[in-house]
Write a protein of this length. Structure first.
Length: 517
């Protein structure tokens, strides 16, 4: 095929090494490459030059109105056509020259005259190209027209569903995988859902539907109307992108991965990811979209998988993510910062995770390498842990008399959450951690808690909960025939906030803060 010929020189060394011996480390597996033009038109041309020595077919889309072209990648891959770009007013000169280099015979224009006016179509026809415009009255209908063209070539049994307005990043995330698997991309919108696609789904006998994005993008009612639906979504476009890659590219060893801008600053920046989707599909390689840095779940991809090449597509926004991806593949994650030595002296026990044992060294967490991001003071530390295809972020938030305040980063919510207390010895589980003698530092009142009684009164625990660093226990005590409901709030600091339920006002009333003797 032309792809193999076009890449034979640049990949020969990597392929020959792979044939002689198995890869023993990620640093041997990945090499860096870039496809960057002086602008988006030239970048698309360079993608074409990378993947096609010649081509009978080419697809042209408006460089600033990519919504119509979101569904084009599977069709482009099937007819072995690069996706090229042009402005609205006239055919771009670099694109025109690339059509000539490729020896193109058939040009497919995506979108109506409002997107690419008739003068471009007429210009191409006058140059001797067979021109076909694929369009609908809406972007959703255009996607179906493209899907129908694809169905003339292959038997479509799966679809990927994205929001045609807010889900542009989701569409480019799945485009290469959809093309590789002969999957049509259909668009949904907030008002009409997938009404434009229902007849196509029925006629084609679709057996499987992948919904890309959350319910805010593609509603639950749309999901319920689809055949055998499966939703792939994350807290933002980058996490969704990582989940798409992990879903459709499960192998540990892959060909290449293309790193393009994620469109977070402007949806038009997604055009590089759109243009490279066909090349990625031909190589059975994913497209990763990122901005200034990789999401944690994207870092996990580079830590857990091995790529022959990591390729930056386009510039002005994805350079840092590209560099970060290459460093992770090579195992270069250290920053020069270290976890403070006071945490490295002893083993610790995570009381919120069944007393799981945790051992720190200056740059490892339970034997897994760490990237220490910051040490704001001698007690606090933020670091990432690289373990297989998972990268997690933690924060040591200081020490108390009981142990180390430990927080985990919730990537879906984008924030640290108080997670647990690390103690020097295993701590009792459940309400048992409240056993002992406690004293109200203000009143001097004592609280004796044993397995069987509280200050001599029998009790039972009726509810247990945990909320952002606080263990909550609701107990009922039999106090001289009176049923007293009390709430123990055990904070990681080691204090208990005690309150009693007042049925007359329907609320708990504060009984003070108790500290253990």
């Amino acid at each position: 095929m032309s792809l193999k010929k076009g890449l034979s020189v640049s990949m020969a060394a990597v392929m020959s090494v792979g044939m002689v011996a198995s890869v023993s480390s990620t640093s041997e597996a990945a090499t860096a490459d870039k496809i960057i033009g002086s602008g988006r038109h030239e970048t698309a041309v360079k993608i074409s030059q990378k993947g096609w020595k010649s081509a009978e077919n080419a697809i042209i889309v408006n460089d600033s109105a990519i919504a119509d072209a979101l569904a084009a990648t599977p069709f482009a891959k099937n007819i072995n056509a690069p996706i090229l770009l042009t402005g609205k007013n006239s055919l771009n000169a670099k694109t025109k020259a690339e059509l000539e280099r490729l020896g193109v015979k058939n040009v497919y224009i995506i979108g109506g005259e409002a997107v690419l006016p008739s003068n471009i179509e007429e210009n191409l026809s006058s140059e001797g190209y067979n021109v076909e415009r694929i369009k609908g009255n809406t972007r959703e209908e255009t996607a179906i027209k493209i899907a129908e063209k694809l169905s003339e070539k292959v038997d479509i049994k799966e679809v990927a569903v994205v929001n045609g307005v807010t889900g542009l990043a989701d569409a480019v995330s799945v485009s290469a995988a959809a093309a590789q698997n002969n999957m049509a991309i259909i668009l949904s919108n907030k008002k009409s859902g997938i009404n434009a696609s229902k007849e196509f789904i029925k006629k084609e006998g679709i057996k499987k539907s992948y919904i890309i994005g959350g319910t805010a993008a593609v509603s639950q009612s749309v999901q319920n109307s689809l055949p055998n639906p499966e939703r792939i979504s994350g807290g933002n476009r980058n996490i969704t992108n990582a989940k798409v890659i992990n879903k459709f590219y499960s192998a540990k060893n892959l060909n290449n991965i293309y790193v393009a801008k994620d469109g977070s600053k402007s949806s038009s920046q997604l055009v590089d990811a759109l243009a490279v989707g066909v090349l990625a599909a031909k190589e059975k390689s994913p497209v990763l979209i990122a901005s200034n840095e990789l999401a944690l779940s994207q870092k996990g991809i580079f830590n857990g998988k091995k790529f022959k090449k990591i390729v930056q597509v386009g510039g002005n926004g994805n350079e840092k993510a590209f560099a970060e991806a290459n460093n992770i593949q090579k195992g270069k994650i250290k920053t020069g910062k270290r976890i403070q030595s006071l945490y490295c002296k002893n083993a610790w026990y995570d009381i919120n995770d069944n007393n799981k044992k945790i051992v720190f060294t200056k740059d490892t967490f339970n034997g897994h390498p760490c990237k220490v991001i910051s040490t704001p003071d001698k007690y606090k530390c933020v670091f990432e842990v690289y373990e297989g295809n998972s990268v997690k972020k933690y924060k040591i938030d200081g020490m108390t008399e009981l142990g180390v305040m430990f927080c985990k980063y919730n990537e879906e919510k984008g924030k640290f959450e108080p997670s647990s207390l690390l103690t020097e010895s295993p701590m009792k589980n459940g309400f048992e951690k409240c056993y002992g003698t406690w004293i109200n530092d203000f009143t001097g009142d004592k609280l004796e808690v044993t397995k069987n009684s509280i200050n001599g009164y029998s009790y039972k625990v009726i509810k247990s909960d945990y909320d952002e660093g606080t263990y909550i226990y609701i107990i009922e005590a039999d106090v001289d025939g009176y049923n007293l409901e009390m709430k123990f709030e055990y904070e990681m600091t080691g204090n208990i906030f005690l309150s009693a339920y007042n049925p007359e006002i329907g609320e708990y009333e504060d009984l003070g803060v108790y500290m253990q003797l």
